[in-house]
Design a protein around this ligand. Structure first.
Ligand SMILES: *Cc1c(COP(=O)(O)O)cnc(C)c1O
Length: 396
């Protein structure tokens, strides 16, 4: 075993079932392990490296920012976070932004905004949030509580109170969970960790209208679906709604930690001085990286390319017996397998020089949004070969 793996196992808390590879460098959608073997990357971290590895402009800009002002406390004004807030509001139509450092933290912020909004307006007792079964909202105690999967509700008792769960795409069930104690509904437009499962348009429409009428806030967790991943800047655009709060994280910084809570006219003045904060939130280097991502991604030509590459991926998966079905939006693709285990397919892909993710029983693809056609077709060729490998056996 290499020194990296040995030390990792010895001294890092074993929360990750890592693949048996140590990565050392990357460029565009290709990365290299410590033995020099190369891999096409269909993971982007987990939807993080939206511009791939070591994008020239991104490296230039964050290096310059690091050499100029790497951090300043939120007690002072700085330019990169202001620029980023401006770009985010411009691209999404939201009014104001709170900056955090991760998806879970952005969701914590959203939950605080929703509860305080209701407290300010209606007083105590209207604080529950309806979440969807099979959702994923993060690993902090509160976002675990908001996550609609029982496997996450163990060991760490007591969990945060005030979350109730309803079936996705079942408006009757959601409405049955809503009473005078509910302040918000929280959902992913495409459940990512839950298996790349999109919400139905009619469900979103119905839910949005129902909530608006009753002043129940809608919170969209776009930590995975946001920043161009689904072929529009926000996935909500494809559903024709703008929730009261949207959270972003993964792809926003292009590889640097950042989270954002986008607030509309209703929610943008709920938090005041002292109500919330973060030491690292709005960090100048993270924000400089995010500004490059925003500049490149939040425009029609770029997003049209994401949609085109999405079609290329889906077409390449046609006519493969092992592919039972495809799900997702844009370059967030789930592959339902006929008989093979997703983990085994991911391991086979790795051995053949391709990185893919899994989500529940599916293969999940989140390639860098700017992956070149050449890298995309090389990766798809490997994936096809791996998925076709047993075709003879199955036929026999
Ligand atoms: C990854 C993810 C999170 C958690 O983000 P972290 O940065 O790991 O805290 C929350 N919600 C969704 C939808 C995610 O995909």
């Amino acid at each position: 075993m290499s020194a990296i793996k040995e030390h990792d196992k010895k001294q890092i808390v074993g929360t990750y079932a890592r693949f048996d590879v140590a990565m050392v460098s990357g460029k565009s959608a290709t990365c290299w392990d410590e033995t020099g073997k190369s891999y096409i990357d269909f993971t982007s971290g987990i939807g993080v490296n939206s511009l791939g590895f070591a994008d020239d402009e991104w490296v230039e800009v964050i290096s310059r920012q690091a050499g100029n002002l790497q951090h300043m406390s939120n007690l002072y004004y700085t330019a990169p976070c202001v620029e980023l807030a401006d770009r985010l509001c411009e691209a999404t139509g939201y009014e104001k932004v709170f900056f955090a450092n991760s998806g879970a933290e952005a969701n914590e912020g959203a939950i605080k905004v929703a509860r305080k909004y209701s407290f300010d307006k209606y007083g105590e007792g209207r604080n529950k949030i309806v979440c969807l079964i099979n959702s994923f909202h993060g690993r902090t105690v509160t976002t675990l509580s908001a996550t609609g999967q029982d496997v996450f509700h163990n060991y760490f008792f007591p969990f945060t109170e005030g979350f109730v769960f309803a079936k996705a795409n079942d408006l009757v069930d959601v409405v049955s969970k809503i009473d005078d104690s509910v302040c918000a509904v929280m959902f992913e437009f495409v459940q990512g960790e839950g298996g790349v499962i999109p919400l139905e348009e009619s469900f979103v429409e119905g839910l949005y209208t129902y909530c608006q009428k009753r002043d129940i806030l809608t919170i969209a967790d776009e930590v995975q679906t946001g920043v161009g991943r689904t072929g529009t800047f926000l996935a909500s655009e494809q559903f024709g709604v703008r929730p009261d709060i949207t959270t972003l994280a993964k792809g926003l910084g292009g590889g640097l930690p950042i989270g954002a809570v986008l607030c509309n006219e209703k929610t943008c003045n709920v938090l005041g001085p002292g109500d919330h904060g973060s030491t690292f939130g709005g960090n100048p280097v993270s924000c400089a990286g995010a500004n490059v991502c925003m500049n490149r991604i939040a425009n029609d030509a770029f997003l049209e390319e994401v949609r085109r590459k999405s079609r290329v991926i889906k077409e390449a998966m046609m006519g493969i017996r092992e592919v039972e079905g495809l799900s997702g939006l844009g370059m967030m693709v789930g592959i339902q397998l006929h008989s093979r285990k997703a983990k085994e397919v991911a391991q086979d892909c790795l051995e053949h020089g391709l990185l893919v993710l899994t989500a529940k029983e599916k293969i999940r693809l989140l390639p860098p949004l700017n992956i070149t056609d050449e890298e995309l077709s090389r990766g798809l060729k490997i994936l096809r070969e791996v998925l076709l490998a047993n075709e003879g056996d199955i036929l026999g």
